[in-house]
Write a protein that binds this ligand. Sequence first.
Ligand code: RNT
Ligand code: ZN
Length: 409
Amino acid sequence: MSRYEEAKKIYAAMGVDTDKAIEALKNVTVSVHCWQGDDVVGFDSGEELSGGIQTTGNYPGKATTPAQLMQDIDKAFSLMPGKKKLNIHACYAIGENIDRSDLKVEHFKPWVDFAKEKGVGIDFNPTFFSHPMVKDGLTLSSPDDEVRKYWIKHGQCCVKLSQYFAEETGVPCVMNIWIPDGFKDIPADRLAPRARFKDSLDEILSVPYDKSKVYITLESKVFGIGLEAYTVGSAEFALSYADYKGITPLMDNGHYHPTEMVSDKISSLLLFNEKIALHVTRPMRWDSDHVVLFDDETKEIAKEIVRNDALDRVFIATDYFDASINRISAWVTGIRNVHKALLFALLQPNDKLKALQEANDMTALMVLQEELKTAPLGDVWNEYLASEGMKNDYLEDILAYEKDVLLKR
Ligand code: RNT
Ligand code: ZN
């Protein structure tokens, strides 16, 4: 009997159908962030990364041109199982003298061609950072009309571009808004910047768009580097705004106090929103954007999505950037871990576990949950990879690519 058949029997004894789990996983789309490939630099401004986020490390071989980034994404995609979308930022516009307040479809045509060639949809993000029009660290909440207007126009262009991506690829586009605006130290007025942010968002969303093609999401954050005291786009702001405008809230699991867990927040948001969105990342003490691992919180997030039957209601995207290790490996490891966590979640006897809770049999619940941790997930994972034409070991392949391509740049 093969290891998979053996594993299948073990799971079946616990009431879990491994074939079904694999089939379900094959239908999950993960939106892959392009910015792991070039340390969130982009092509349009030549500015250093700003906005309270930071990449550290200088591992060789970073992509510095659109062609190189696409080549690396192509390589990374070839090692990632499952359905994918390509998640790009406005700063990845391609062309000369790009003005973020006047972005045009031609600046993104190469990305559309690339996505079509790969058979994937595109998700999009206006880029409200790393740019000279960010004044005093502020964008859509700036007291300076000129600054605010510039970024409103940027957001409006991005809404139109998002619809263009959806129409070109035939896949709805998720457009995520995140602004870095905030203060290092105690502000005197917390309300006015939030009121301006609200008005700016209202103006951006006044652009007509087809809600079946474009899903606008709003990402909150509790603090950033140099923005320790206050962020304009706090969790309460983002949730309230999403509710008020009927857009989709986005939770990044690096954007909360370290003892707050996104896994615990998912069910509440699912009760009050048709769709929700996630940036899956790995915080470490602060919003550190480390590569996603197969760790407890990633598993718990996956469990919340699966056992609440919400795989088709949650937009799952990754968001991390590590410049200290091979960037392709960082990409592939993180995305594979999202899938692995989802598989782990799909292999839980959820009805049984829920029934134990309802019966207040917390003793049996703990014992079974612990037993499940060491069930033969690895054998089912290998079967899933094989069904996607992949194997568990990807390092060798990546090191060959590093030698042949990355180190020659
Ligand atoms: C920043 C947010 C945001 C960015 C990307 C690049 O803290 O998480 O999502 O990481 O847009
Ligand atoms: Zn994020």
